[in-house]
Ligand binder design. Structure first.
Ligand SMILES: [Zn+2]
Length: 464
């Protein structure tokens, strides 16, 4: 399998540490608010990687953290802990906030058919591990205590910026706009491992440590959870491109200094989902979540389908038009699949032909959009019997997870919607409001639904 590795900045053959086994880590959500659809695109990318590895026969163990402490409003060490921000905003305890948004996150995660990792661990459950790591980093001279906090000293490394191409001076935290200098740091790019003094009063979650009561930094939690559950040698670590610096850069620094050897071989990063404003912002004042899309009548799998049609290393621009189009295409595809008659026996030669094409694409740095083309080719191929077609599509769906052979439940919702529009249009015609009637017809046409007025009333067909 070929996979793009951020560490080497090229597509490489994937070679696992232990034959047939893959240990994979995904940075989890910070549960201080809802995860928007841009966050979810990132998890869909990881889900595809996880399922592709399984499809290729690897035994995958995957871990993910839940950040419920220590992630400040800036990804570096300034700003306030996001959980504290939420606690004050909603007047609840940190644990109530974490429970609520963790549940909301997994609701949406499940709705887009992302498989939950084998290991899911909240940051607050592993405090002992971080303390153990920080003690060793201090003992070995990679960290120092200053102003009550413990910092990692990046000057102790030969190459701190292994994941980035940026010049050091550009990456220095203090030099970036809007980030205030921390006078306790020897070098402004040093990062906090443990906070005991904070300019914010009343931080709710505090633990005893050799350096006083405090709480862990954000970066140490991923290193700690990964090493604790997946061991000293990690095959793949991933996140969104915004995690490359400083989060993953810091994870490598502290993990390898702690372990004394290379930690992770492949770094996997998903590009952003943007809206037309250039970042994923709100829509009519609402955070766009998968559940919100569902409330607006969309099948969450239409969103998954939209994501799969674009390569994970490419930015994807979200719009409701694009989502409408994805929903219609998926709907049509499912209807075509529903028309397949399950006849004949498996034709192994044909099965292998198409399955090998599928494997070639998923093994080529997750070329998922091309696998959709394979399905269209398969549907058109009159030399393949229905049984073989259905077997192939069911197998491909182990990776795609679009429920391609399930009868489209959303059909009934769509049907209901169309029927209500037809009724609305009939009412308009009755009131001689032909403008409105035309408007409804055009509105449906834009969505790929054509209305036909017949003697038996108005019929419709889905045209795209
Ligand atoms: Zn992380």
């Amino acid at each position: 399998m070929q996979i793009y590795n951020t560490l080497t900045r090229k597509k490489e053959e994937f070679i696992e540490n232990e034959k047939g086994k893959v240990k994979m880590y995904t940075c989890g959500p910070t549960v201080y608010h809802y995860a928007h659809i841009g966050n979810i695109r990132n998890y869909i990318g990881h889900d595809i990687l996880d399922k592709t590895l399984r499809y290729l026969g690897y035994d995958v163990t995957r871990a993910m953290n839940i950040t419920d402490v220590g992630h400040l409003t800036s990804d570096s060490d300034s700003g306030e802990d996001k959980m504290e921000v939420a606690r004050k905003r909603e007047n609840k305890s940190s644990m109530e906030i974490a429970d609520f948004y963790t549940k909301a996150f997994f609701d949406d995660f499940d709705k887009v058919n992302c498989k939950r990792p084998e290991i899911i661990s909240p940051a607050t459950s592993n405090i002992d591990m971080y303390i153990k790591m920080i003690e060793k980093l201090l003992k070995d001279g990679y960290a120092y205590v200053s102003g009550g906090n413990v910092y990692f000293d990046i000057s102790k490394l030969k190459d701190y910026y292994v994941l980035t191409n940026h010049k050091e001076d550009k990456m220095v935290v203090g030099a970036r706009e809007g980030v205030e200098e921390d006078n306790s740091k020897r070098n402004q790019a040093d990062f906090a491992l443990w906070f005991t003094t904070s300019k914010f009063e009343g931080h709710e979650l505090l633990w005893d440590s050799p350096w006083g009561k405090g709480y862990p930094g954000w970066h140490i939690e991923c290193s700690g959870i990964s090493i604790k559950y997946l061991g000293e040698y990690l095959d793949i670590h991933g996140g969104g491109v915004d995690n490359i610096f400083p989060h993953h850069t810091n994870e490598i620094a502290q993990s390898e200094s702690y372990l004394g050897h290379k930690w992770c071989n492949y770094w996997f990063h998903n590009e952003h989902l943007l809206d037309e404003s250039g970042k994923m912002s709100k829509s009519n004042g609402t955070i766009l979540t998968v559940s919100e899309l569902e409330k607006r009548g969309y099948d969450p799998l239409a969103f998954r389908f939209m994501c799969l049609n674009s390569h994970y290393r490419r930015q994807l621009v979200f719009s409701f038009d694009a989502l409408d189009q994805a929903a219609n295409t998926l709907n049509k595809l499912k209807n075509k699949i529903a028309d397949i008659i399950d006849d004949g026996n498996i034709n192994q030669e044909k099965y292998d032909l198409y399955n090998n094409r599928f494997i070639d694409e998923i093994s080529n740095d997750l070329n998922i959009s091309n696998t959709i083309t394979i399905i269209y080719d398969l549907l058109k191929d009159s030399n393949v019997n229905g049984h073989t077609k259905l077997k192939l599509i069911n197998d491909f769906d182990k990776v795609l997870s679009l429920e391609l052979t399930n009868k489209n439940e959303n059909n009934s919702e769509l049907t209901e919607y169309i029927l209500s529009k037809i009724e609305e249009r009939n009412e308009a015609k009755k009131n001689k409001d032909y403008n409105l009637a035309d408007q409804i017809r055009n509105e449906l046409l834009d969505k790929g639904i054509e209305l036909m007025d017949t003697r038996d009333g108005t019929k419709y067909k889905i045209i795209k």
